[in-house]
Design a protein. Structure first.
Length: 266
């Protein structure tokens, strides 16, 4: 039986002839409902089988994908054909301590896994560059969005105004409550947007806030020069949509992972 897979896509990316991209979702009936992580999946054979079917649906050679060993940091790596397959079948072979990847070479798909953190996709159609980033709260306050755009400029000559950006499913402000250290780190960036945070009633005597990761990353992208009309937000809260996407918080730390994948064709 052929599985009917429908990865989430961004309209602006889908209109680019050289780009293949998609964000996976749960697949009931497959191992751990389609968990695509080599860290959480438990059965690498089953995980790789699920990755392959998504790769076919998206139109990339997923066994040639490059993955980073995600550590909630803000390091960005540029990769080439020499890196093809790093992290595709074994997490120990992934690019070490890296939460964002860039390439301008066809046939080098980029893959990262998520379960509440924000997937960020990038494409510069002028310079022919693609990118992907993993932005949880630490990556967000570390400005991984800005770091990715800056490396696109210094490495490939990308102008921020040419870049398309996609913000994938992530935990929304409706479900994401954080404490003072998180908010302090966000405010230290000096981004002029009070709407990314909302203070709510204290819990156990401690102040707490709702934090809008998608909005925060949008503002960071705009601050570094990406045009507002070239940023596309999926507008999906993983915690609210836990039937479709794994959510670390909604599943009390027992979630699998979905993937964001992007590649260039010749």
């Amino acid at each position: 039986m052929v599985e009917m897979l429908a990865p989430l896509t961004f309209r602006q990316f889908a209109a680019q002839p050289r780009v293949r991209h998609g964000i996976t979702r749960r697949l009931p009936g497959r191992w751990r409902e389609g968990d695509v992580s080599l860290v959480t999946g438990g059965d690498p054979v089953a995980v790789l089988a699920t990755r392959r079917v998504w790769g076919e649906a998206i139109g990339v050679e997923v066994m040639a994908a490059v993955a980073g060993r995600q550590v909630h940091g803000n390091a960005v790596a540029a990769v080439t054909a020499a890196d093809r397959g790093r992290g595709a079948t074994a997490i120990g072979e992934a690019i070490p301590a890296t939460d964002a990847l860039l390439t301008d070479e066809p046939g080098v798909p980029l893959l990262m896994c998520f379960a509440d953190c924000t997937p960020l996709l990038f494409h510069d159609p002028v310079r022919g560059v693609i990118g992907i980033a993993h932005a949880g709260w630490r990556g967000t306050v570390g400005d991984i969005a800005g770091e990715t755009v800056r490396l696109m400029g210094s490495r490939y000559g990308s102008a921020p105004s040419d870049i398309l950006a996609g913000i994938g499913p992530a935990i929304g402000r409706c479900c994401y409550v954080v404490d003072a250290p998180v908010i302090g780190a966000w405010l230290s960036l000096g981004v002029a947007d009070d709407d990314a945070i909302e203070e709510i009633a204290p819990a156990d005597g401690r102040r707490q806030w709702r934090f809008d990761l998608a909005r925060a990353n949008r503002r960071l992208l705009e601050r570094v020069g990406v045009s507002a009309d070239r940023i596309e937000d999926a507008g999906i809260c993983t915690s609210c949509w836990v039937a479709e996407y794994p959510s670390h918080r909604a599943e009390a730390g027992r979630a699998g992972r979905f993937a964001a994948i992007i590649g260039l064709v010749g």
